[in-house]
Design a protein around this ligand. Structure first.
Ligand SMILES: *Cc1c(COP(=O)(O)O)cnc(C)c1O
Length: 359
């Protein structure tokens, strides 16, 4: 039953104006749209994991503080001494907790654009205003524009995706430090793609009292698990922890993540393979006529096809059974742009073959 007048009266207009985050069906497709790791675990590791799960008491609530897992994460991620951790059901939930806690009337959220869509979506859901500051032509932070927007809007928080999704690059250190110095609110470095980039601000946490660093296990092979990690000063995280739902990290997730961190060498080896395949795929894309291909420090590659061709190429790939991401609809810097996730070698080959045929 729908009741349009009641919906229009009761649902906030900015929510009605949103489009739900669309995830297309990938059944039977070569799936290169969502930055997933294409590799599973070796069979012996799966057996050991299932054995570890046998001991989980599902009749009991999970450890609300996930203490054992946090200890493993501290060691596994090399979190600096003195810094606290907060866990989320994916880093998406951490973004939501941060914004729920900061959403005073009139508060703003700022990010360079184009960037990860959830910063704006969650800002709107939290009743905050989102300010997007265009990146430079080379996709670096536009420092004067960021400084001006910070002075004008006094954002409660700035999100910097490092490397940036969907452009794939790392912002320059000088630009990031200029933003950290200009901001009187928080700056969250979202290091979702850290495994493919190597560079981090985790070891700089002590140097800036407005810096927080966010990681996720999603892009490293555990997208189905939903575990995000926020690292930073205890005083900040204690406040965000108050809006966290008490049992947000389930027992199966806690046990599985702890197991995976003990087997971190397997995940690291997969990330190294993906990095090498990214460089191969970048070279092959660059050899195709009519494409502009951007270098990537993540596990995806942004490329632009000739004017007016993006939707046709995207559909031709779909018809050939290859799902990537069409970003052209966003326009602006992303006009004509498509984004492909680095898959296993056979998937990358299928993508290249379909793309060659489409061009
Ligand atoms: C994919 C992605 C995330 C979401 O990660 P989850 O932990 O799966 O919620 C966060 N930030 C950026 C920049 C991403 O690309």
């Amino acid at each position: 039953m729908t009741n349009k007048p009641a919906i229009e009266k009761l649902i906030r207009p900015e929510i009605r104006a949103l489009k739900a985050y669309a995830v297309p069906s990938a059944k039977g497709m070569v799936k290169l749209d969502a930055m997933e790791n294409p590799y599973g675990w070796p069979p012996a590791m799966v057996d050991a994991w299932l054995e570890a799960l046998r001991g989980v008491a599902l009749n009991r609530y999970p450890d609300p503080a996930a203490s054992a897992l946090k200890e493993r994460l501290r060691a596994g991620l090399a979190v600096p001494a003195g810094m606290e951790l907060l866990l989320g059901n994916g880093s998406d939930e951490l973004i939501q907790m941060i914004l729920l806690a900061l959403a005073r009337p009139g508060a703003t959220v700022l990010a360079p654009v184009p960037t990860f869509a959830m910063y704006e979506l969650i800002a709107v859901a939290a009743n905050m205003k989102f300010i997007g500051v265009p990146l430079t032509d080379g996709f670096d932070l536009d420092v004067p524009a960021m400084q001006a927007a910070i002075a004008q809007h006094k954002p409660a928080v700035i999100f910097l995706s490092y490397p940036n999704n969907p452009t794939g690059n790392l912002f320059s250190s000088a630009a990031i430090e200029a933003v950290l110095r200009a901001a009187d609110g928080l700056v969250v470095l979202d290091e979702a793609y850290h495994a493919f980039a190597g560079k981090t601000y985790l070891d700089r946490l002590g140097g800036f009292d407005n810096l927080l660093v966010m990681r996720t296990l999603s892009k490293q092979g555990l997208a189905g698990l939903r575990l995000g990690v926020l690292a930073g000063d205890r005083a900040w995280l204690r406040e965000f922890d108050k809006v966290r739902l008490p049992y947000n990290i389930g027992s199966l997730t806690q046990a599985t993540a702890a197991f995976a961190l003990d087997a971190k060498a397997v995940l690291d080896e997969q990330a190294a393979r993906i990095r090498a395949d990214r460089d191969t795929l970048t070279r092959e894309l660059k050899s195709l006529p009519g494409l502009r291909v951007w270098p990537s420090e993540a596990n995806f590659i942004l490329f632009r096809v000739e004017s007016g061709e993006a939707e046709r190429v995207f559909q031709a790939l779909l018809a050939a059974g290859v799902l990537i991401k069409n970003l052209a609809g966003a326009g602006g810097a992303l006009a004509g742009c498509l984004r492909v996730t680095v898959g296993a070698p056979a998937e990358n080959a299928a993508f290249l073959q379909a793309l060659r045929a489409a061009l």
